[in-house]
Design a protein around this ligand. Structure first.
Ligand code: ZN
Length: 97
């Protein structure tokens, strides 16, 4: 999980992976569940990219960003959207010269 990139939605303290904020004491269990769901969606999006299912990868990474926006997640979404729009084939499939 990306606990070190998460901040408390109440006081903005960086989370240390526990269910309780060390700064304000807020219960963060739902925040951590949503972040884990976003991470799973990104993993599925990367797998979809590997299978060249660019539209699926774009949808999955967009859902992940909706749940938990991260800079790296945005890069994944941008790449999936570009590949879905242009249908670019991976370089590995290009004939060797
Ligand atoms: Zn807090």
């Amino acid at each position: 999980m990306q606990a070190k990139t998460l901040t408390c939605p109440v006081c903005k303290a960086h989370l240390n992976g526990t269910n309780r904020c060390s700064g304000c004491g807020a219960d963060l269990s739902r925040v951590l569940v949503v972040a884990a769901q976003a991470a799973l969606l990104r993993e599925q999006a990367r797998e979809a990219l590997g299978r060249r299912r660019y539209g699926v990868a774009s949808d999955l990474s967009a859902r992940a960003q909706f749940l938990h926006h991260t800079p790296m997640g945005q890069k994944l979404l941008d790449m999936a959207r570009i590949l879905a729009a242009t249908r670019v084939e991976p370089l590995a499939d290009m004939p060797a010269t």
